[in-house]
Design a protein around this ligand. Structure first.
Ligand SMILES: *Cc1c(COP(=O)(O)O)cnc(C)c1O
Ligand code: SF4
Length: 377
């Protein structure tokens, strides 16, 4: 057995272990276990510095999860948009492909709790219909392997999937959505990297939420993936009490970039059953973005998105940089809240033929620090 598999076996997962290790009442631990099982592997456990810290909050079950059980189980309508088992097809040219229900750690805020940890929900026997769907849909050029975590598969099983996908000529990009570099970096072995690089272009999107997750082990794992030729990106979920702070996010984004991981998205937390206590006001995310853009390397600035409830997909949000706009000009503010004007061009452009240009915006009263220029002088 490989080291990562041994570590997984030593995870805290049973009710008794949760009671003993985290001091949760047995009756509560049982109800939590029914709702969404625990799995805290010893590597990630070792990152906890004190009870209730940002690492703890992400992985230790808590009674508040039981308070909003009528919230949606599938807020993003991934199952409604699933033409065949294990596939969600929401966007024109790319598809989400769930390959396993298992993860190296179970995140308490997970938006896919309804499936994660339950191998009957993501069944390996049903991969064939997914492959056939992908073969038939020639418009699909980008596959996102997710789950669960595709790196919970053995190298041999993952290779089977990659090999099969590479027989489909219209598939250009394969992405691995994996939290392993963060939660169980021992999974990134040289053998795995040697296998993956036979199937390029493979992109890896990983998932770090806090600077304390950046360790010697995780740096090594991300470096190995980058050395194997995988561009590595990161998705962060904005979580109350974990990373809802501009300085924490700044450290995280800079730390990621320094280990060759390119910040890709910050997600507004989804409206998931049992996880609403992690949600933050939208303005918190916008404030964080405001403190990132211009202040740190643009390479370290991700996009802040809301995954629209009901399956609308990811919608980017930006702090208000456009103070005013009319046909002649746009009035902007920069990261230092200094105001600039850019003259627009009046001529017709073929892209705008169908009259889709954006309406001028009214002035915002909120920008208190700035004295606004009057538009129609
Ligand atoms: C996030 C997501 C994708 C990928 O979106 P990108 O913006 O290209 O990263 C594809 N399909 C589904 C269902 C998704 O949720
Ligand atoms: S690794 Fe991803 S899929 Fe697995 S529990 Fe965490 S958030 Fe959910």
């Amino acid at each position: 057995m490989e080291l990562w598999q041994q570590l997984l076996r030593q995870s805290i997962s049973s009710v008794d272990q949760v009671v003993e290790k985290f001091g949760i009442k047995k009756e509560v631990a049982e109800r939590l276990d029914d709702f969404f099982q625990a799995r805290v592997n010893p590597y990630y456990l070792g990152l906890i510095r004190y009870p209730g810290d940002p690492i703890w909050l992400q992985c230790v079950p808590h009674e508040v999860e039981l308070e909003d059980l009528d919230a949606p189980e599938d807020p993003l309508h991934e199952d409604d948009m699933s033409p065949v088992p294990n596939i969600t097809h929401r966007y024109p040219d790319r598809v989400l492909f769930l390959t396993t229900s298992q993860c190296g750690l179970y995140c308490r805020f997970c938006t896919r709790k309804r499936k994660v940890g339950d191998s009957s929900k993501i069944n390996m026997k049903e991969l064939e219909s997914a492959f056939q769907y992908l073969e038939q849909h020639t418009e699909v050029s980008d596959i996102i392997l997710s789950g669960g975590d595709p790196l919970m598969l053995t190298d041999a099983m993952l290779e089977k999937i990659l090999k099969r996908l590479r027989t489909i000529p219209h598939i250009q990009v394969i992405r691995l959505g994996t939290k392993m570099p963060c939660v169980l970096p021992q999974r990134i072995t040289q053998d795995l990297c040697d296998m993956i690089k036979k199937y390029h272009p493979i992109y890896v999107n990983t998932h770090f939420n806090h600077p304390w997750e950046i360790t010697e082990e995780s740096k090594k794992a991300c470096g190995m993936l980058a050395d194997a030729g995988c561009p590595v990106g990161n998705q962060t979920v904005l979580l109350k009490g974990v990373n809802d702070d501009p300085d924490v996010m700044k450290d995280l984004m800079k730390g990621l970039l320094a280990m060759r991981v390119r910040p890709y998205y910050i997600y507004q937390a989804d409206l998931t059953k049992g996880a609403n206590h992690f949600r933050t006001p939208i303005d918190v995310g916008l404030e964080i973005m405001d403190k990132l853009r211009g202040h740190i390397s643009g390479l370290a600035v991700p996009q802040f998105v809301i995954d629209a409830p009901g399956g609308g997909g990811k919608i980017p949000l930006l702090p208000e940089y456009v103070l005013a706009r009319d046909k002649e000009r746009i009035i902007l503010r920069n990261f230092r809240n200094e105001v600039y004007e850019y003259p627009d061009i009046q001529e017709e452009h073929p892209v705008l033929k169908n009259g889709k240009s954006i309406e001028a915006r009214p002035l915002k009263k909120k920008q208190k620090k700035i004295s606004l220029p009057v538009l129609d002088a």
